[in-house]
Design a protein. Structure first.
Length: 409
């Protein structure tokens, strides 16, 4: 039987265990190196694959007489960082808020007075290795920089490297080989939000009827601040009990919603009554006018809205939660009556994992009833799953199984 010819210079998947890199040496012999997903150094399939890519690129570079897969590159962090930013502004059409955030992080990565600094302007990007990035991330966390801040800085650095790969023929993105900061043990259970009674206190202490309706819509219809500021009257459909979210306003610019997708949100009775009353007092304005206009009839100043919110919140004696946290009220309540797929669509989450945070606040009353019945002394013996027919499964059990299947997938 002919011997199997081993592949050369490739990364081969090894079932669910990880990857093995096959490399043909200069002596003609076959060399291999394994990268296991259960290795604590990697921790995930993506990290193991990224490390395998880096190892293969570096080994191939050594055969050419170099020391790394990107040795021939002389571009600096500033050069490629600015190129990445320009591409985002001109080609990807970033929103004003995105431009502002990324500009700040980009400069902070090189600012000698910034806690997020990783290197100077003239540092060659190829000199930032996975070990360098890992040490930088560890130092930031040790210095007390918030995990979310570190994640954003890491994301921007990874995007810069990816632009180098795409536009400058760099071989690898070393950020992919570094584990992201581990969330605290109590996350995502750490979501804090007002209950409905507290929302009503907030509304009752608002400085104007419009502000009260704004807070109520944010909490019970889950509109983001920019979406509230951009909402036209015509997008509030009282006949169909729906609010159509099509845009966002912030930093002096009208843009698409977060994620760029429009969505329709069911409008509950409390919100419908508040908005209808507001429109009646305004003399039923035209459909093109804003639902929550500023003093001059134009777009509201978002920072002024947040300041009024804080004053109303403090006056009501509530916890110091952010305006954005009003959306968590909606997510935590909606998940008790709707499927996770529905809640994801209503909240405009691109990734269902974001929506899954609210499952920790879902009531398990029906599940408890199922167990009460199963554990009752006079409960009939449970049939073997293989012997049960569809007709033997109760509706509650079927819903429970389907929900669990959605979560697992």
């Amino acid at each position: 039987m002919a011997q199997r010819k081993l592949p050369k210079n490739i990364i081969e998947a090894r079932g669910y265990d990880g990857y093995v890199v096959h490399l043909r040496g200069l002596d003609g012999k076959q060399y291999s190196k394994s990268f296991n997903t259960n290795d604590p150094e990697y921790g995930s399939d993506a990290e193991a694959f990224a490390q395998a890519e880096i190892w293969l690129a570096n080994e191939k570079a050594k055969r050419r007489g170099g020391q790394s897969g990107s040795r021939r590159h002389r571009e600096t962090l500033r050069q490629i960082g600015e190129a990445w930013y320009l591409n985002g502004v001109t080609i990807e059409n970033w929103k004003a808020s995105t431009r502002r955030d990324y500009r700040y992080v980009l400069d902070s990565l090189m600012d000698k007075d910034s806690a997020m600094r990783i290197a100077g302007d003239d540092t060659k990007l190829m000199d930032l290795t996975a070990d360098h990035i890992r040490a930088w991330q560890t130092d930031l966390l040790a210095a007390g920089v918030g995990r979310r801040t570190v994640e954003k800085a890491r994301m921007v650095l990874g995007a810069i490297f990816q632009h180098a790969v795409d536009a400058y023929a760099f071989k690898i993105n070393p950020v992919r080989a570094v584990k992201p900061p581990k969330p605290p043990d109590d996350d995502p259970n750490s979501l804090d939000f007002f209950n409905v009674e507290e929302v009503r206190k907030l509304v009752g202490n608002a400085e104007s009827k419009q502000d009260g309706a704004t807070y109520l819509t944010a909490a019970l219809a889950n509109l983001r601040q920019g979406e509230l500021c951009a909402l036209p009257v015509g997008n509030v459909d009282f006949n169909k009990a729906v609010i159509r979210v099509t845009g966002s306003y912030g930093h002096g610019e009208l843009s698409s919603t977060k994620g760029g997708k429009k969505r329709s949100v069911p409008m509950c009775e409390d919100v419908a009554k508040a908005l209808a009353s507001l429109l009646t007092e305004r003399g039923n304005p035209d459909a093109t006018e804003l639902m929550f206009p500023g003093p001059d009839g134009g777009y509201q100043d978002g920072s002024a809205l947040r300041r009024r919110y804080k004053r109303a919140r403090d006056k009501a004696g509530l916890r110091p939660l952010r305006f954005h946290d009003l959306r968590h009220v909606y997510g935590s309540l909606a998940i008790n009556r709707a499927s996770i797929v529905q809640v994801q669509a209503w909240m405009g989450h691109a990734d269902v994992r974001t929506t899954m945070r609210y499952l920790h606040h879902k009531s398990h009353e029906e599940d408890a009833k199922i167990l009460d019945s199963a554990f009752a002394e006079d409960s009939p013996a449970v049939l073997d799953p293989g012997e049960r027919k569809l007709g033997d499964i109760t509706l509650a059990e079927l819903e429970h199984l389907l929900e669990r299947k959605r979560v697992e997938s």
